[in-house]
Design a protein around this ligand. Structure first.
Ligand code: NAI
Ligand code: NAD
Ligand code: ISE
Length: 344
């Protein structure tokens, strides 16, 4: 069976996903697209030579009986409305992060999904599919380093545009650590505090950069994450887990090592597109395969989207108050119980 996708949002990542479904992966086909910028949708159909209908909006696209699954790659604040409409129509959904911009918004999606009686939604937290993070998780789960005590992490982008503000360091960037780190250690978050170091001269007025987030889990693991989005030198993701019996570190992205001009050097990437290319391919192939073969996606769920949104809200509050803020989740419904939800 071929999974027929309708795409809502043909910007940067929308096009990346369209390209991988059309030219790299198997079992999926793009049959419909829409974008609030109609020209962007039409140009995408031409650029990728798609046999796809261009719809005026998401509602019309969702109503197309040829669309089995909706790929949501519009900007974050538009996600909730599209996802709820798609779920109510009984369609599968692959939604880029954030699932919704608030915890309440995610709960509306959770309720709509539970009403349908089966899982329909997967959230684009691709790091769970990155081979480095998968190896880290295996090491922790197999007690190779004993009980985790601390995590040191860094999320660095070379630069960001003028529209990227202080809160986006959380909702756009830190959100990836928020999802992957609790998954890594199998724990829930308890609190967060934010420290603002001296600001880089390369950040504009509405952005404090860098920022340091100190997050505590329920079992007492202390996590520090540096978010630095004008670091200049490249796109760099670091993660080191300190355990009672050893330390496990995320591998560096492979690069040839050069001996030249009296220097020993290795390359660093400059874009998320390349750093997580394999992870994006694996996550969407997994979505296609699990939906077509098992009738349900098995990746990050709407509940994971909810955890990320509630944690993001607390992190943004902590940016504003400078205080330690609590991260309080509702009880996990049975529908999303860990046993029922297969992890990657
Ligand atoms: P973008 O700005 O390049 O593209 C967004 C597109 O959505 C634009 O073409 C815009 O016109 C369209 N759009 C916005 N609202 C819409 C609506 N209501 N209906 C239809 N189209 C709409 O943004 P980008 O970088 O592609 O990001 C899109 C999403 O992907 C965001 O949620 C972002 O957080 C996520 N993302 C995820 C990444 C990851 O590593 N998983 C990496 C980059 C983005
Ligand atoms: P983008 O701005 O390049 O593209 C967004 C597109 O959505 C634009 O073309 C815009 O016109 C369209 N759009 C906005 N609202 C819409 C709506 N209501 N209906 C239809 N189209 C709409 O952004 P992007 O960089 O492609 O990011 C898109 C999403 O992907 C964001 O949620 C972002 O967080 C996420 N993202 C995830 C990763 C990742 O690593 N997983 C990386 C980049 C982006
Ligand atoms: C972007 O939206 C992403 O999701 C990238 O993975 C992240 O590194 C970047 O900071 C975000 O802006």
């Amino acid at each position: 069976m071929t999974l027929r996708f309708g795409v809502v949002g043909t910007g940067a990542i929308g096009r990346e996903h369209i390209n991988r479904i059309t030219n790299k992966l198997s079992g999926g086909k793009i049959v419909a697209v829409t974008d609030v910028n109609h020209e962007s949708a039409t140009q995408t159909v031409e650029a990728y030579q798609l046999d796809a209908v261009v719809y005026p909006d998401d509602k019309a696209l969702i109503a197309d009986p040829n669309v089995d699954a909706v790929l949501v790659t519009s900007w974050g604040p538009a996600h909730e409305e599209t996802v709820v409409a798609a779920v109510e129509a009984g369609k599968y959904v692959f939604c880029e992060k954030p699932l919704a911009t608030t915890g309440e918004g995610c709960l509306r999606i959770v309720e709509a999904e539970m009403k349908q009686g089966k899982k329909l939604v997967q959230v684009g937290f691709m790091r769970r599919y990155d081979t480095g993070y998968v190896q880290l998780k295996q090491a922790i789960d197999n007690h190779v380093i004993g009980q985790p005590l601390m995590i040191h992490a860094a999320h660095r982008n070379p630069q960001v545009g003028e529209n990227y503000t202080t809160d986006m360091a959380v909702v756009d960037t830190l959100v990836h650590e928020i999802d992957v780190l609790h998954w890594l250690v199998g724990d829930d978050y308890k609190s967060v505090q934010v420290v603002f170091p001296r600001k880089t001269q390369f950040a504009h007025d509405k952005l404090h950069d860098p920022q340091l987030f100190i997050i505590e889990t329920q079992s007492g693991i202390v996590i520090d994450v540096e978010v630095f989005v004008n670091c200049k030198y490249g796109y760099d993701i670091q993660c080191e887990v300190i355990g009672e019996e050893g330390i496990a570190k995320l591998p560096e992205f492979p690069s040839i090592v050069l001996r030249k001009d009296e220097k020993l050097s290795a390359g660093i990437l400059n874009d998320w597109k390349y750093r997580f290319m394999d992870a994006y391919n694996i996550e969407i192939q997994d979505f296609i395969d699990s939906v077509t073969k098992k009738g349900e996606p098995q990746g990050p769920t709407s509940w994971d989207g909810y955890i990320a949104a509630v944690t993001s809200d607390a992190c943004v509050k902590a940016q504003q108050t400078g205080e330690k803020e609590l991260i309080e989740l509702q009880e996990r419904p049975d529908f999303y119980s860990e046993k029922k939800t297969q992890t990657v």
